[in-house]
Design a protein around this ligand. Structure first.
Ligand code: ATP
Ligand code: MG
Length: 326
């Protein structure tokens, strides 16, 4: 019972962090909830400059990637956010209930406005749109990675604020956190692995070849201690390898550490690469296969948008009435 909603930006092929922090649990949730919605959030992606043709391709890549991971269009509503205009409409209303200081310390803004040393109004209000995405369907459960917790808290606050001001309509959406901790960048283990990170070697992507993966893991930043241990605070680099290894091979961190006993980090990297390759190989081949059938992907997204609109319309009608828009 309940409605699950989550989104992913079409900013490139998903990486291992997206997979372990989000997509793997998205697949499992299809068996547990009556309505499950996954959105390719293209409105969010234009908070950073995008080339229109590249964006089109990225949307198709994302649709293929989600299907390849196991999202099943007969059990989930898979759709493109921009095709349901109610997202933008509700976002405006919620933005009018949000103070400027509330947004200033949220992680997406802090990270991405600093990267470019500037930031648009859209990037600043990104979490408001995210709240609208969630509330528009009266979602009850939101699977997210650890990097999104503070954004979800805003959605919870806005549900409460709207309910108090205009009338009880939104349930409080609850976070479903995956068991995997935030996956870190392979180049800089103090920051998270990110699709839009311009450094090519910072992330393992779902369509990387075995050679790509081996090379990226070999080059992953570790420290000057050769022993393999799990100490995320003092040894973030090697600990990131350990936690990725445990997650892709379905083992505990302790189990993985035991396997690595007597190895130095160089030898251990081969073992980690092998495990990741084994997990991602079938997904890569399936992405390739689906990507060759653009017509199928397009018709699937059209059907998804149709279903999403039919759920959004009655909620938005209720909202408009409560706000006084007759
Ligand atoms: P971008 O750089 O464009 O923001 P991203 O890699 O941060 O891309 P998003 O589309 O913002 O990916 O997020 C999709 C989902 O993946 C979210 O649920 C988010 O919590 C999760 N996620 C993103 N990065 C990580 C990570 N490094 N570790 C675990 N989960 C992650
Ligand atoms: Mg992100």
């Amino acid at each position: 019972k309940g409605l699950v909603f989550s989104g992913i930006q079409p900013t490139g092929i998903p990486h291992l962090g997206n997979y372990l922090g989000a997509l793997e649990s998205w697949v499992a949730l299809q068996d547990e909830y009556s309505t499950v919605m996954y959105s390719i959030v293209d409105l969010h992606s234009i908070t950073q400059p995008q080339d229109p043709q590249v964006l089109r391709d990225n949307i198709m890549d994302m649709a293929a990637s989600l299907l390849a991971c196991g999202i099943d269009p007969t059990r989930s509503i898979l759709f493109q956010q921009s095709q349901v205009s109610e997202h933008a409409e509700l976002s405006w209303i919620l933005g009018c209930l949000t103070s400027m200081p509330r947004l200033r310390h949220l992680p997406q803004w802090k990270m991405k406005s600093k990267q470019k040393n500037e930031g648009s109004v859209g990037l600043y209000t990104y979490p408001v749109l995210q709240a609208a995405d969630i509330l528009l369907y009266k979602s009850t459960h939101v699977p997210v990675g650890e990097d999104q917790i503070q954004h979800l808290e805003l959605a919870q606050d806005l549900a409460r604020i709207f309910n108090n001001q205009y009338g009880e309509i939104f349930p409080e959406p609850r976070a479903l956190l995956s068991g995997t901790r935030k996956v870190k960048s392979l180049r800089d283990p103090s920051s998270k692995m990110s699709k839009s990170d311009p450094q090519r070697f910072s992330a393992v992507f779902l369509n990387d070849t075995p050679d790509d993966i081996a090379l990226k893991i070999r080059r992953a930043v570790t420290d000057f201690t050769s022993e393999v241990t799990y100490e995320p605070d003092t040894r973030p680099g090697v600990s990131n390898l350990v936690s990725m290894h445990a997650a892709v091979s379905g083992q505990t961190v302790e189990g993985v550490i035991r396997l690595a006993e007597g190895m130095d980090t160089g030898q251990y990297k081969n073992m980690v690469a092998e495990a990741i390759i084994k997990k991602l190989q079938p997904i890569r081949l399936e992405i390739q296969r689906l990507r060759a059938d653009q017509g199928y992907l397009e018709s699937l997204l059209a059907q998804g948008a149709e279903k999403a609109r039919s759920l959004a319309a009655p909620v938005m009608k209720e909202v408009r009435k409560l706000v006084g828009f007759y």
